[in-house]
Design a protein around this ligand. Structure first.
Ligand SMILES: Nc1ncnc2c1ncn2[C@@H]1O[C@H](COP(=O)(O)OP(=O)(O)OP(=O)(O)O)[C@@H](O)[C@H]1O
Ligand SMILES: [Mg+2]
Length: 243
């Protein structure tokens, strides 16, 4: 028992050293965007956080585990001159193959992983993915229907003892449901202190293959920056977020 405690302590110390310099990471940190609800912003979060990481100087890649390939379609319209972010597109049912392909990309600091809306088809792989994750972000809208399914999803993640947090997305802060949603989520798990408001520029950035960090004067930049800062902190990565 004592030995276990000592080795855990040693691992924590080692992790702190590594976190001080992302370029020395032995293996990439794995950030999974996952939610029990379709359309909650998993893909939006994945691409915007990856763009932020790339501009912050991290070696970042993404994995698109959704057979619908929303993330991969975004790459297809990404301008040639935009910063390169490698992407692996393999469905969740072939998780192991996806991870091998990501490994073949070379040394990375961060892997951001997008997941399909329903995991009923591949529950075993989803559980494996959660076990690989260093942090899980669970985006959700502020409506009652959204909350019901993400609260259930969070219970599953917490049963697996994975570090995780909700992120409110597509928000309308002036609506009464916003505060009610925050209250409901705080009762069910950790909540990212930054939400991402519903902005047309976020939708437009999706259509033109950019992240909000790459669109001059885009609304939503400070919201995404807040979530990125939170995620980096949760992963123990010290990066400058002056994007
Ligand atoms: N904060 C936001 N403001 C405006 N539009 C947004 C925002 N977040 C997401 N969207 C848009 O909402 C739609 C759904 O978002 P997204 O595709 O990221 O959800 P998802 O959870 O990946 O969906 P699915 O479960 O179908 O994969 C997209 O058109 C996206 O561009
Ligand atoms: Mg998606």
């Amino acid at each position: 028992m004592k030995a276990t405690t000592r080795s855990r302590k040693a691992a924590r110390v080692k992790m702190r050293d590594i976190a001080a310099s992302p370029s020395k990471l032995a293996r990439p940190k794995i950030l999974v965007c996952s939610s029990g609800k379709g359309g909650s912003g998993k893909t939006c979060l994945t691409r915007n956080l990856a763009v932020f990481a790339a501009h912050a100087g991290l070696r970042v890649a993404t994995i698109d585990l959704d057979p619908q390939r929303g993330l991969t379609n975004w790459y297809a319209v990404r301008p040639d001159e935009a910063v390169n972010i490698p992407n692996v597109a393999i469905p969740l049912s072939r998780l192991q193959e996806a991870m091998h392909q990501a490994e073949a990309l070379g040394k990375l600091d961060l892997l951001v992983i997008d997941t399909p809306p329903g995991v009923d088809a591949s529950p075993v792989e989803m559980r494996h993915l959660l076990l690989l994750a260093d942090f899980v972000l669970v985006p959700t809208g502020q409506g009652a229907g959204d909350l019901r399914s993400v609260v259930e999803w969070m219970a599953f993640i917490r049963r697996e003892q994975r570090p995780s947090a909700f992120v409110l997305n597509l928000t309308m802060r002036s609506a009464g449901s916003f505060d009610r949603a925050k209250q409901r989520l705080i009762e069910a798990g950790d909540l990212c202190p930054f939400d991402i408001r519903l902005y047309e520029s976020i939708r437009v950035s999706d259509e033109i293959g950019l992240g909000v960090a790459e669109m001059k004067g885009a609304n939503g930049l400070s919201d995404v920056r807040g979530v990125f800062t939170f995620a980096m902190h949760a992963l123990g990565m010290k990066v400058s977020v002056d994007v």
